[in-house]
Ligand binder design. Structure first.
Ligand code: NAP
Length: 300
């Protein structure tokens, strides 16, 4: 099974990056793109994110071998409904949504009998929109595929090769497990960042200008994550509710234990935890998922 024509629905950070990566790494593949927002379509055309901008979702997918839905998780159902009638029989439909069980359910309901293989490239930035995408976004990052049990192996292989062609490392996982893993590696860290930045800006004893002035103490590193797209993250928490709540329960218990250690002057507990977490950062760097340069490589 060869993928020669790719339709991208949603031309923001993820959709734009796929288009640019294909242009650079697989120029033989023809790309069509559609975005619900006419201004995004116009800007995507100016940046050359895809070979051709379609004015309707149907026009974008009519000749596609692969359709990739790159819209917020809460818009996946609408996006799938909009392409259903025009979708070629043999096309693979995939997505890039940050949670997988709810998207898989929605796509299976709207596109029964079709080859649907949900996916999640674990790659992104805090930027969004048609100017945010870049061709190297997926290089060295993992892309998790969550195929339903009856997926055609050839289609799965074609989609794996597609992502490998964009520079990603590919892993196949059960959708429920994906949602649990990503709850702890992505969704809870975002929730913590949203909370700490919100709390700091609501304090009365410390002024907002002080929070910003002294942010190099650690706060500013949370602000990068907390600047992420509000629509995307609202949808992630609403769609991955069960796994997020489960992991949040664990996190709250651990936080309470730390609170107790601080209150009772239990330095050993604090030191043991901080030593373990420091080792995890080293492993993330060794895995090639982060720069080894101190302070994220910032200029000093
Ligand atoms: P984005 O930059 O905001 O782009 C999404 C685009 O889709 C927007 O232009 C949006 O238009 C458009 N759109 C919304 N509903 C649509 C519909 N029904 N049909 C066609 N276009 C529609 O978002 P993104 O960061 O690329 O995220 C896209 C998906 O990737 C999300 O599901 C997200 O969970 C996932 N993801 C994101 C990251 C990340 O770091 N950002 C990483 C991995 C996966 P409007 O803005 O006008 O609504």
């Amino acid at each position: 099974m060869r993928i020669e024509r790719v339709a991208i629905i949603g031309l923001g950070l993820l959709g734009g990056s796929i288009g640019l990566a294909l242009r650079e790494r697989a120029p033989g593949i023809v790309t069509t793109g559609f975005d619900a927002n006419p201004q995004v379509r116009a800007r995507a055309g100016e940046r050359g994110l895809v070979s051709a901008i379609a004015q309707t979702p149907a026009e974008a997918v009519r000749e596609a071998d692969l359709v990739v839905l790159c819209v917020p998780v809460g818009a996946m159902r609408d996006a799938a409904e909009a392409i259903a009638a025009a979708l070629p029989e043999s096309a693979i439909v995939s997505d890039v949504g940050s949670s997988k069980q709810s998207v898989a359910r929605a796509l299976a309901e709207v596109l029964p009998g079709r080859c649907v293989i949900p996916a999640h490239p674990v790659a992104g930035t805090e930027e969004s929109g048609p100017d945010a995408g870049f061709a190297t976004l997926f290089v060295g990052r993992w892309c998790i595929l969550t195929p339903p049990e009856d997926t055609d192996p050839e289609a799965l292989e074609a989609l794996s090769n597609f992502w490998a062609g964009l520079g990603a490392k590919v892993e196949v996982m059960d959708a429920a497990h994906h949602d649990l893993v990503l709850a702890v590696t992505s969704h809870i860290p975002h929730l913590i960042a949203f909370t700490i930045v919100g709390t700091a800006s609501d304090l009365e004893e410390v002024t907002r200008s002080e929070v910003i002035k002294y942010s190099a103490g650690g706060f500013r590193d949370f602000t990068r994550i907390a600047a992420s797209d509000p629509v995307m993250w609202r949808d992630v928490f609403l769609s991955n509710r069960e796994a997020v709540l489960e992991m949040l329960g664990r996190f709250t218990e651990d936080l309470t234990a730390l609170q107790r250690a601080i209150r009772s002057g239990d330095g050993e507990t604090l030191h043991d935890l901080f030593a373990r977490t420091r080792a995890i950062r080293r492993q993330v760097i060794e895995e090639g998922q982060e720069t080894a340069r101190p302070d994220f490589g910032r200029e000093h």
